[in-house]
Design a protein around this ligand. Sequence first.
Ligand SMILES: [Zn+2]
Length: 247
Amino acid sequence: MPGKSHGSERIHKMSRRTELELSLTSYGRSERGVSLDYLKPEVPCELLIVAGIHGEESDGVISLSRAFRSISPLVISPSIAAVFCANPDGVILGTRGNANGVDLNRNFPASNWSPDPSTCRWHADEDETIPIFTGKEPGSESETKAIISLIKALKPAQILTLHGPLACVDDPNQSPLGQWIAKRTKLSLVQDIGYPTPGSMGSWASEAGIPIITWEFPPDGVEALSRSQVPVIADIISGNFPGGNEL
Ligand SMILES: [Zn+2]
């Protein structure tokens, strides 16, 4: 039964972790024409997981894929939807923004969207910042339009976005899932990331009444994250957490 299996049949042997044994559905195209793909839920969507909206945070893309490849597809909760990479152009180019140099996580049509360039950092622990565009208008980019349409169609009860490397769980609602992720990963649970994020998916989703958790991985690299974060993602997608039997 999906989400209910425990023990050895739930966890894939290493020899079976090569391929992603899921069929993904396209929800649009990037600015450079790359297909934007997601795992479609089989029932109403309780949780939408989104990775890779920042192209230079490919650790989240790889970790989400590894979590799905760690477990049998038979135990994946039918109400889970997952976007493996919301910004494939950025991942290919190694940039935070998309192919137009726009930070997609500042391009959402939230009331706080700003045309002023946002800033990001080359090193998270240094103050020197790099300007980055927020788009010529709110929701201007193909990737933003596509994921907004997807969210409106799915109507997820909750969204979980994977980012890095700030090492915290940002959950304004302090939800049971956010609390559980923080406890499992020993990351601090915060209600605010500590700086303004106008035009972010979080700002837009909050205004749309959809609770959103931002999971900021620590700056450890894929090898360490595969031990510290991936098993927690695997438990979430298979419903193995408090309240997860509702997924
Ligand atoms: Zn990010």
